[in-house]
Design a protein around this ligand. Structure first.
Ligand SMILES: C[S@@+](CC[C@H](N)C(=O)[O-])C[C@H]1O[C@@H](n2cnc3c(N)ncnc32)[C@H](O)[C@@H]1O
Length: 273
């Protein structure tokens, strides 16, 4: 069986981020049924880490391969440590592989799930002189109260922005921008429109608003198009360096299903204004 993908292109009415009527495209009872997931997302992620601990996500080793140029330091004699902010760090599957390759990095790692932050701090590779792990909801809490403004070289957003309710994404990006250096970079990998999981969620009637869904465990996921993501960052004052879709067909032999997995990968630079 082949699971068909949704159309990969965004409707032309999408200009800046989200269609004005995305919230009313659903019947009101269904919208009300999902409201609690949007109102209190940290509860569902915190429960997720209580249940799965650090066993759910695999370590992400593609960052050091694909983005080495950003993390590496060409000037080997340089004493300066590059500073990274990993937003939505989860159990640390991005930060610990990065530190293994680039031990000279200093990483601020935040998540709105206290259970996730505790898992990072309990990791056998955690060292307080390399990682500052703290609880923060980037859609509410001011990052510059914990991190000096304009002090971060690189922000990583690895399957994190998709968990944020669409109407709070702009706030989250403005918050990140405040602590990023002028000309600093945001490296992003996330779910893309037309991904197999989106098709499954659509079929199960789990759509909250256009391209935004709730999973069975109460966590949410947005599926990005290149146009929407680029416009979202542009509005907040970032320049796109690269934005592209990666796709892979994966076979689940036991369920006899072919899955079209689609991710979006992007690099944005903080412009001065
Ligand atoms: C799919 S996980 C990715 C974890 C990690 N980046 C990785 O590479 O494995 C998404 C994470 O984003 C966190 N998150 C979602 N919304 C957030 C918010 N508003 N503020 C901070 N963290 C958030 C969740 O708690 C979860 O740990």
């Amino acid at each position: 069986m082949r699971i068909a993908a949704l159309p990969a292109t965004a409707p032309s009415s999408w200009q800046l981020g989200f269609p004005a009527n995305s919230a009313v495209s659903l019947e009101l009872p269904q919208r009300n049924r999902f409201r609690k997931y949007e109102r209190n997302p940290s509860k569902y992620w915190n429960d997720f880490y209580k249940r799965h601990k650090n066993k759910f996500f695999k370590d992400r080793h593609y960052l050091e391969k694909q983005w080495r140029v950003y993390f590496g330091d060409d000037d080997k004699s340089s004493e300066r440590r590059k500073v990274v902010l990993e937003v939505g760090c989860g159990a640390g599957n991005t930060i610990f592989p990065l530190l293994a390759t680039f031990p000279n990095l200093f990483i601020h790692a935040c998540d709105f799930s206290p259970n996730a932050v505790s898992l990072v701090q309990a990791n056998e590779n955690f060292r307080a002189d390399q990682v500052n792990a703290f609880v923060c909801d980037v859609t509410v809490d001011d990052l510059s109260k914990t991190i000096s403004p304009s002090s971060v070289d690189i922000v990583t957003l690895i399957f994190a922005l998709s968990s944020v309710t669409p109407n709070k994404m702009t706030y989250a990006l403005k918050n990140i921008k405040r602590v990023l250096k002028p000309n600093g970079f945001v490296l992003l990998r996330d779910y893309a429109i037309g991904d197999f999981a989106q098709v499954m969620l659509s079929n199960k009637n789990q759509m909250i608003s256009e391209n935004f869904y709730v999973r069975g465990d109460g966590t949410c996921a947005f599926y990005f198009s290149e146009a929407l993501l680029s416009n979202l960052f542009k509005t907040v004052g970032f320049n796109a360096i690269e934005v592209g879709i990666c796709s892979k067909q994966i076979e689940n032999r036991s369920r006899k299903v072919l899955m079209d997995r689609r991710w979006i990968q992007a690099v944005f630079r903080n412009s001065f204004y």
